[in-house]
Design a protein around this ligand. Structure first.
Ligand code: 13P
Length: 253
């Protein structure tokens, strides 16, 4: 059975004190994380040690970085290496978020390098894909997402791709309050799973968690997560509110 995951992406928000308080507040709200479920906090890099310290004894709760560089070490001022993450016991990293693709010009080929260095160093990428509004309006979202998967992931072996979490985040639904309908989410998730099946076979495709991201909140999480190919969510804005995110955790199926 593949994992159901509620992942918080704090993006570039909160002070460390606010972040600590938020984690404490979420943990204080009764929530039920079952054996096949995980909760992940993708926190800003300066807060990774704090979050790891607070969460390391919590079962099925993990910390993620929001970025990592494609090189092992060296003269890359300001970048974060896989070894730095490993030295903090961080096991996940968000790769290919649309904000990094857009504002930092991260290409599919560059993201493939990041995916490779993570897998070579036992860090699980949470690989983001998803189309902009113009592509959705042109009706070419499937081809667009297929090329993102092909160019960044499909060089991997089946054993490697099983260690990845995919997040489908339509750009038109990020931070806009405009959520994809559960039917739209399911349609794309099923398309992604079929693509994975064609490439790697059904066993592998059925073992990969595909999260939906884009204006997930307490009020719509259960409906979106009830779709057969939606295995949880990657949550921005609503993850900054303890009650909202605790409800989203409890909406995992
Ligand atoms: P929002 O939940 O704020 O729309 O952000 C989604 C997202 O980008 C998560 O990575």
């Amino acid at each position: 059975m593949r994992k159901q995951i509620a992942a918080a992406n704090w993006k570039m928000n909160l002070t460390i004190q606010q972040g600590e308080q938020l984690i404490d507040d979420i943990l204080a709200i009764p929530h039920d994380i079952k054996d096949n479920q995980e909760v992940i906090f993708a926190v800003p890099a300066p807060y990774l040690a704090m979050a790891q310290q607070k969460l390391r004894n919590k079962e099925n709760v993990f910390v993620a970085a929001q970025n990592v560089y494609s090189k092992k070490s060296g003269a890359y001022t300001g970048e974060i290496s896989v070894d730095m993450l490993s030295s903090l016991a961080v096991q996940y990293v968000v790769i290919g978020h649309s904000e990094r693709r857009e504002y930092f010009n991260e290409s599919n080929a560059f993201l493939a390098e990041k995916v490779n260095i993570c897998l070579d160093n036992n860090i699980h990428p949470i690989f983001c894909c998803g189309e902009a509004l113009a592509i959705r309006e042109a009706g070419t979202q499937n081809e667009f997402v297929a090329s993102q998967l092909k160019e960044s992931l499909y060089h991997l072996s089946a054993d490697q791709i099983r260690r990845i979490v995919i997040a489908y985040e339509p750009i038109w639904a990020i931070g806009t309050g405009k959520t994809a309908s559960s039917a739209q989410a399911q349609e794309m998730h099923a398309f992604i799973r079929t693509s994975l099946t064609d490439q790697y076979g059904a066993n592998t495709a059925n073992s990969i968690s595909i999260l939906y991201g884009g204006s997930v909140k307490a009020a719509n999480a259960a409906e979106i997560f009830s779709q057969p190919d939606v295995d949880g969510g990657l949550v921005g804005g609503a993850s900054l509110n303890a009650e909202e995110f605790a409800s989203i955790i409890n909406a995992l199926q």
